[in-house]
Ligand binder design. Structure first.
Ligand code: COA
Length: 228
């Protein structure tokens, strides 16, 4: 397989970057759905639904039909979490990558390129969380094309972000990922990040037991205080 190189984003990468980001998020829908179905809450709801419909309609078949319908509806709800997240990103920062990252203070966007195509991407920006502003930068939009995974592409992209933040005298890099993005969690833990919290993005997310994990990597030799 061809080797890759890391370089800064160019306007010609626009479509590839947006498609790669969307694919990297949407591939986790089945895992998020399985995670919810395995939860005690989902099993309890489905059991209650079965018993309620059986009691009201007096028929087990209708009860089972209601459970099947609930499973289908739940799939679309889980999928909507991912599609909403993707749509928001594509209509905000990823709508104008250069403006959001390359021309923004303390921002940058890199792609991994192989055989003239984009096979990986990552961004860095000032953090969304006001508590981190000035003291840390945020790693965002990490994604690697499936055919190029397991070859160190994301480690190289992560390294760019950590070097970039260190060169600007930031004390840390923060990021968020979801509970079902297990490869990403291992990647970040291997690069020195530690989990510092978990939240739910929305009411729907919390009903579906879907958590966002927050990570932080303190940069050696850097004060956690804001750079001047
Ligand atoms: C997560 C992702 C970026 C990893 O990219 P990659 O280029 O395959 O990762 P690398 O080859 O650089 O591997 C880096 C580390 O990640 C971890 N990792 C990678 N793939 C893994 C997998 N399938 N399972 C568990 N850990 C994995 C390992 O710790 C690995 O280090 P090691 O090789 O020393 O064991 C990639 O799987 C991806 O794009 N996923 C979909 C999008 C996504 O989840 N993005 C994260 C957004 S926060």
């Amino acid at each position: 397989m061809a080797s890759y190189r890391i370089r800064q984003y160019r306007e010609q990468d626009y479509d590839a970057v947006r498609a790669l980001f969307a694919a990297g998020i949407l591939e986790h829908v089945p895992a998020a759905y399985r995670h919810f179905l395995r939860s005690a809450r989902a099993r309890l709801w489905l059991l209650l639904l079965l018993v309620a419909v059986r009691t009201v309609a007096g028929c087990w078949v209708l009860g089972l039909g209601a459970v099947a319908l609930a499973l289908v509806v739940t799939w679309f709800l889980v999928r909507s979490l991912a599609t909403t997240y993707v749509s928001e990103a594509l209509s905000t920062d990823l709508c104008d990558v250069s403006g959001s990252y390359l021309r923004a203070p303390d921002g940058c966007f890199w792609v991994a390129e192989a055989e003239g195509t984009v096979v990986g991407m990552v961004a860095v920006a000032r953090p969304q969380d006001p508590a981190d502003r000035g003291a840390a930068l945020e790693l965002k939009r990490m994604s690697v094309r499936k055919e190029f995974r397991g070859r160190g592409v994301s480690k190289a992209l992560c390294g760019e972000v950590l070097r970039f933040a260190g060169a600007r005298r930031y004390g840390a890099v923060v990021l968020s990922t979801s509970m079902v993005q297990v490869a990403a969690q291992r990647l970040y833990e291997g690069q020195g990040f530690r989990r510092v919290g978990a939240t739910s993005h929305s009411l729907l997310g919390s009903l579906l037991c879907f958590q966002i994990f927050h990570y932080r990597c303190d940069l050696p030799g850097r004060a956690a205080a804001p750079p001047r």
